[in-house]
Design a protein around this ligand. Structure first.
Ligand code: ZN
Ligand code: ZN
Length: 139
């Protein structure tokens, strides 16, 4: 399923609703994980022959701007995207680079408050746990 409101969001911006945009959104959503533009490109290439990685990247950036996807706020060599848009935390494997959602509620209000005290205007805050993923830890 594409995001229910993606068509409307595109129309509201005067942008065309293309199958390319819908399919890239759906690929990210159906996968449910944290993907680079390269990873999404591999998923959509069979249904969008000839689509370039650059096009996939700019479409993912557009989906993030529209609020139906997010750039993952976690370290790594390349930007990852995910369909989950609520504030949440991540575990990042130092060895294989795997990123997983961390299912815990952390009161980030104090963190946000502290940043406001220094004159910063925060939009969100999240935690990143670094270490070894389950697979790498048992290797
Ligand atoms: Zn790992
Ligand atoms: Zn996530």
């Amino acid at each position: 399923m594409a995001s229910p409101d993606l068509r409307q969001l595109l129309r509201d911006r005067g942008m065309r609703v293309t199958s390319q945009r819908l399919l890239i959104d759906r690929a990210l959503r159906d996968h449910g994980g944290h993907l680079t533009a390269e990873g999404v490109h591999e998923l959509v290439e069979p249904v969008l022959p000839g689509v370039t990685q650059q096009t996939v990247y700019s479409t993912l950036a557009l989906l993030s701007d529209l609020g139906v996807a997010r750039r993952v706020s976690a370290p790594g060599p390349s930007t990852r995207f995910e369909a989950r848009t609520d504030d949440h935390h991540h575990m990042v494997c130092d060895r294989c680079g795997a990123i997983e959602d961390l299912h815990v509620r952390v009161p980030v209000s104090r963190v946000l408050g502290a940043s406001r005290h220094s004159g910063f205007a925060p939009t969100s805050a999240s935690m990143t746990v670094l270490g070894l993923c389950a697979a790498c830890a048992t290797r």
